[in-house]
Design a protein around this ligand. Structure first.
Ligand code: FMN
Length: 354
């Protein structure tokens, strides 16, 4: 059997193969609500044979959204439609996962097809960060969070996790990457605090550890909790692969089951050597050095690449984003290419290549 199609059990959840749909913002919500777009978008990828379907970043509070049209999970009214989606995903034999996020200083911008522009008018809002440092000159100035604002966000993550459970999600991924709020606390480039949340490694990771602890109080022991990190800021003086390994070793003891190793996003002028599999080395490093399950992501586009990553033990899971926008049925195609006989949706059986 090809390694890509071997199952992976994490706690009480069994993934039927090693392919996950990476979180992808759809900027298609009003007031944070999921709708038919999300059902069809996520549902198609479940039909396409992937093991784990992550929602896009779901904001834990309205001000934690990147744009006014982000998905949200900050109120109970968001639960029923999300539940409709998770139930459909599960009926396809896939596992529904949700990414919980707060956009921090990168919040309050227009949707990509309107230019990702900072919203300085009444459609925008006050952004928050560890320090009063804007992402770039064209972004709004974040408010440096005080202790009560820090505690509120920690509580918002806890409430969001509770709602995610009620909505039927089986995996939570905490978004601590791409320059959003948690990453902003981790990196010395965006965190210049002088209190217990800034300075040393121990201080910069405190906010994340407090969020993990608050989620663990409500998220069952039997269900996986993933952490997405930016393994490096790709900038001198920033968050580094060595710190990623140190963090992974630490959170492994705090209830994180898998590190999803992405990179970048915290500074606008980073030089990122984008190429096929360019982040896979981080998943390999963290897996080997910290002894924790990892996910590889970034420019993985073919069945051979994905199968090699798993087969050579570089990562335990492959997360794919843009290839899934080109082909929602990527896993069914990959199975054929790797001569794996996987179950197709009964409705599509007649199209299965033999
Ligand atoms: C349309 C789109 C939306 C994205 N939204 C998110 C998101 O909500 N959360 C996140 O962590 N990454 C997000 N990403 C990044 C992807 O999850 C992934 O890490 C990145 O695209 C690299 O993988 P790929 O080369 O397979 O596309 C997004 C990417 C795309 C293309």
């Amino acid at each position: 059997m090809s390694q890509l199609f071997s199952p992976l059990q994490i706690k009480d959840v069994t993934l039927k193969n090693r392919i996950a749909v990476s979180p992808m913002c759809q900027y298609s919500s009003e007031d944070g609500f999921a709708n038919d777009w999300h059902l069809v978008h996520l549902g198609s990828r479940a039909v396409g044979g992937t093991a784990l379907v992550f929602t896009e970043a779901a904001a834990v509070s309205p001000e934690g959204r990147i744009s006014p049209h982000d998905l949200g999970i900050w109120k109970d009214e968001h639960i029923p439609f999300l539940k409709h989606i998770t139930s459909f995903i599960r009926k396809q034999g896939a596992v529904p996962g949700i990414q919980l996020a707060h956009a921090g200083r990168k919040a309050s911008v227009s949707v990509p097809w309107e230019g990702n522009k900072a919203l300085f008018d009444e459609s925008g809002w006050q952004t928050f960060g560890p320090s009063a440092l804007p992402f770039s000159e064209s972004y709004t100035l974040p408010k440096e969070m005080d202790k009560s604002e820090i505690n509120k966000v920690i509580h918002d993550f806890q409430l969001a996790a509770q709602r995610a459970l009620k909505a039927g999600f089986k995996v939570i991924e905490l978004h601590a990457a791409h320059g959003y709020l948690i990453h902003e606390f981790l990196s010395p480039l965006s965190n210049q605090r002088t209190d217990e949340y800034g300075g040393s490694f121990e201080n910069r990771v405190r906010f994340l550890l407090e969020i993990i602890a608050s989620i663990k109080k409500v998220w069952p022991e039997t269900l996986p909790l993933f952490l997405r990190i930016s393994s490096t800021d790709w900038k001198e003086g920033g968050w580094s692969p060595a710190e990623s390994v140190q963090l992974a070793s630490l959170v492994k003891t705090k209830g994180i089951d898998l590190i999803d190793c992405s990179s970048g996003g915290n500074v606008y002028d980073a030089k990122i050597p984008i190429a096929p599999l360019y982040q896979t080395g981080f998943a390999e490093l963290v897996k080997k050095e910290a002894g924790i399950l990892t996910g590889a992501v970034g420019m993985i586009t073919t069945s051979q690449e994905a199968n090699n990553i798993i087969g050579t033990g570089k990562a335990d899971l492959v997360l794919m984003a843009r290839e899934f926008l080109r082909d929602p049925y990527f896993p069914l195609r990959a199975a054929h290419e790797l001569t794996e006989d996987v179950k197709w949706p009964i409705q599509y059986e007649r199209a299965k290549r033999r």
